[in-house]
Design a protein around this ligand. Structure first.
Ligand code: F3S
Length: 403
């Protein structure tokens, strides 16, 4: 039987309104299924509200919460939307767009921060070390647990907004010390890592470790947060990784023994030749010329946008290729004020703000072959959207797109 505080019991009795009661019932039910002893107090939430995954049931669920006059009681951000910018030009049915708009409206009424990004930690939702949060979105979950040292499970849709409304989650999974212990040692034996290597390493690790927590050695301390973000996103997509320890870099691996005094259950090495093989495997066979380049999975940070701006200077994108850059509303707004957006757009590249190449329904667009520097994107897009994919580094993505 799950232990509840008097406050939590009062919510469950309906003393704080129907919405909180409804959300708490869901949380307690999940807690009982997973045999949680009690609930943890969470200080932020990151939710999914994209129609492409939630479908009509999700729209009705969110609208029911609005009807019940629910409100987020903790800072709550939202993952990218399913509706691309200028969706009318790309044969997306109006009925589809309408459903995503209903979800947007519902989240606004609930008080969700309208950033529509998978990198909520960049702006508006940055938990501290040890803080308990309830985040959905696999790439953000790995980043929160690993790089920030916050604690979250890969919170399922529905439970994420329930956490936002109550500020509670069952004490299970990665909220517990015992479940944050590394199981597999991954030794990187490569002297110099490129940006693309971090994606590829993450993809390889996800395939090998499944749900286990890897402890990675051999990553230089000079690696960027961008590199760690991409490694984690890829590992979460090819496996079900929700946390990685990187020796000498991630906070828990610096502060304590990530194996908690035990021997790793298995050890594997990654050499340069492994990455070359995996990189080729991530691409699909291609029969058509590239017609879309997608950069920004996960969403680009300001630093990455700056770098991209430098790389695109004095270049022109071919007329028949879409060069789409994915980022959050907040990064876009700041980059606009800095003149970065305008400089990038001079090349012919376009921005897709607050949406994502995987979640938005690219199948309606008629694209055939996507070029991307994201292992997560390359891993998911062929099955989601029936596209061919070329997975390669940023320099080659640009080279393939420019005149
Ligand atoms: Fe973000 Fe979409 Fe990639 S949510 S991590 S841009 S698949």
């Amino acid at each position: 039987m799950i232990q509840l505080s008097s406050y939590e019991k009062a919510i469950l009795k309906g003393e704080m309104g129907e919405a909180k009661k409804f959300a708490m019932e869901l949380i307690v039910k999940i807690g009982e299924i997973y045999q949680a002893k009690d609930l943890v107090q969470v200080s932020s939430a990151h939710i999914l509200a994209h129609y492409g995954s939630l479908h009509d049931a999700g729209v009705e669920f969110y609208e029911k919460l609005v009807q019940l006059e629910a409100r987020c009681v903790i800072p709550t951000t939202v993952d990218p939307s399913s509706l691309p910018v200028r969706w009318e030009e790309y044969r997306i049915p109006a009925s589809y767009a309408q459903k995503q708009k209903r979800l947007c409206k519902a989240t606004q009424k609930l008080g969700v921060i309208q950033n529509w990004s998978c990198t909520p930690y960049e702006f508006g939702n940055t938990p501290r070390f040890g803080e308990m949060v309830a985040w959905a979105e696999s790439s953000a979950v790995v980043y929160a647990n690993s790089v920030l040292g916050a604690r979250t499970n890969r919170t399922p849709a529905g439970l994420d907004i329930a956490a936002a409304i109550t500020g509670r989650m069952p004490r299970i999974g990665l909220y517990l010390d015992s479940n944050r212990v590394g199981k597999v040692l991954v030794e990187i034996a490569i002297p110099k890592l490129s940006d693309l290597d971090y994606h590829t390493i993450g993809y390889f690790i996800g395939k090998k470790v499944g749900t286990n927590i890897p402890v990675i050695s051999g990553i230089p301390t000079t690696c960027s947060n961008y590199n760690l973000k991409c490694l984690g996103a890829a590992a979460a997509s090819s496996g079900a990784v929700s946390m990685v320890h990187v020796l000498g870099i991630t906070p828990e691996a610096k502060m304590m023994d990530p194996f908690n005094g035990k021997e790793p259950e298995s050890v594997f090495k990654i050499a340069k030749k492994d990455l070359e093989i995996i990189q080729k495997e991530i691409s699909t066979p291609c029969h058509f010329e590239a017609d879309i380049v997608a950069i920004g999975c996960p969403h680009l940070s300001l630093e990455e946008l700056r770098e991209l701006c430098n790389n695109l200077r004095d270049k022109k994108i071919k007329k028949w290729i879409k060069f789409w850059i994915y980022t959050s509303q907040s990064v876009y707004t700041i980059a606009q004020q800095m003149g970065i957006i305008q400089q990038i757009e001079e090349s012919g590249a376009e921005f897709q703000v607050g949406t994502c190449p995987v979640i938005a329904p690219l199948r309606y667009y008629g694209f055939k072959t996507m070029v991307t520097n994201s292992a997560k994107n390359a891993n998911v897009v062929p099955s989601e959207h029936d596209l061919e994919v070329i997975y390669t580094d940023l320099a080659t993505c640009i080279k393939m797109a420019v005149q």
